[in-house]
Write a protein that binds this ligand. Structure first.
Ligand SMILES: Nc1ncnc2c1ncn2[C@@H]1O[C@H](COP(=O)(O)OP(=O)(O)OP(=O)(O)O)[C@@H](O)[C@H]1O
Ligand SMILES: [Mg+2]
Length: 366
């Protein structure tokens, strides 16, 4: 029998790598990371190859399979590595999800509704795109955006030149502004045997462009909406031949779900699954990329919340005193806007959850 234990190489050494390794060790897996320095959140969890000339080669020598933390991982590098060691999710998922225009084309091909859009390469293009799409609209860089960075909401025509000046001089995309009632996301997992599993839709609340809360499952979701989200996901997984976790961010509107973007990796809106679901997104990702059967995505309790700890840590001892509360710190230095950790809460009712959340709020920085 082939040994179950695999050596997993992770490109990146942040909190996502850390949590993947923490989920994989009980399954008998081994981990190494390719990162920037020895202070990163994953550093103590396996061998670290520091990003310089031969770090990737060392990771490839170590690994039976390679995965990554970021959709900004270099596609050419992944293509090269794949000649020696399998990389999951594979190149196609990475190539599409690192460019907002390619994502939108894929949504169109698969009949997944998304915002109207135009690619923009000059101020002239932008003026034409505004005429076509109308205002308000949201201008974004096609690549490398995160936490709402590289975006400009254009409300009036007088702002067009300023918007181009602020984030232009590179390829942009103008999107129609979607009037949404809530922001939702869904996480799905597929393994190479074509097994698919789906977590319930969750409700994401942002503060200053950064995810602050996830409520899981999102409340008042009728079965047909969950089914629609799963159908969109299944189409994406199959088209991409995706192996691993895939996240899809959605807007909930009066006319149904509208897709925003995908991420070919474990996702912040899935951190609640660590204590909140029978199998966490991290464990299911590791299972998927190592050819293991996938685990149940069923929530363990009626409702859960995930609260991100951003910038400063707050009164951690007070947080630990709250019932049904689980702390995850990433071993990062405090810095404005930085995700330092998160807290998961489980409850038997929405009422209990929001009561504990209100207490928790007092102990966390605003
Ligand atoms: N077309 C749109 N209409 C209305 N609001 C939008 C639109 N696109 C984005 N937004 C708002 O801006 C936020 C950030 O956008 P988006 O998710 O595309 O960027 P991001 O930088 O990748 O963010 P994150 O890293 O948090 O996922 C969204 O969560 C949403 O609140
Ligand atoms: Mg987003």
């Amino acid at each position: 029998m082939t040994p179950i234990s695999k050596k997993i190489g992770i490109i990146g050494a942040g909190q996502l790598g850390r949590m993947m390794a923490m989920a994989g060790y009980p399954l008998g897996q081994k981990f190494a990371f390719c990162g920037n320095n020895n202070d990163e959140p994953s550093a103590m969890l396996g061998q670290m190859f520091i990003e310089k000339d031969c770090a990737i080669e060392s990771l490839v020598d170590f690994a039976d399979v390679i995965t990554y933390e970021s959709e900004n991982t270099c596609v050419e590098q992944v293509r090269e590595i794949t000649k020696t060691v399998p990389v999951f999710p594979a190149e196609k998922s990475l190539f599409i999800s690192q460019h907002r225009g390619r994502e939108k084309i894929l949504f169109g091909q698969l009949d997944i509704p998304c915002a109207p859009y135009q690619l923009v390469n000059s101020l002239d293009d932008l003026k034409k795109a505004v005429e076509e799409i109308g205002l308000p609209a949201i201008l974004k860089t096609t690549t490398e955006g995160y936490d709402g960075k590289g975006q400009f909401v254009i409300k009036k025509t007088s702002q067009i030149a300023l918007a181009w000046q602020k984030i232009g001089n590179r390829e942009l995309i103008l999107e129609g502004f979607i009037k949404f009632s809530r922001e939702l996301s869904i996480i799905a997992v597929r393994n190479a045997e074509n097994e698919h599993v789906y977590y319930p839709l969750v409700h994401n609340i942002h503060d200053d462009g950064i995810l602050r809360y996830t409520i899981a499952p999102a409340q008042q979701i009728i079965d047909s909406v969950q089914e629609t989200a799963e159908i969109y996901m299944q189409k994406l997984l199959d088209e991409l031949n995706h192996v691993g976790v895939l996240a899809l961010e959605l807007f909930e509107t009066d006319s149904g779900l509208i897709a925003n973007e995908i991420a070919p990796r474990v996702h912040n809106s899935g951190h609640w699954t660590m204590e909140g679901a029978e199998t966490s997104q991290f464990e299911n990702h590791i299972r998927a990329i190592t050819g293991m059967p996938l685990g149940s995505t069923k929530p363990k309790q009626e409702i859960a919340a995930m609260v991100n700890i951003i910038g400063t840590t707050g009164d951690i001892n007070a947080v630990l005193s709250l019932p049904n509360t689980y702390l995850h710190l990433y071993d990062k230095e405090e810095r404005a806007g930085r995700k330092l950790g998160h807290i998961n809460l489980l409850a038997d009712s929405a009422e209990d959850l929001f009561a504990t959340l209100a207490k928790l709020e007092q102990f966390l920085p605003k």
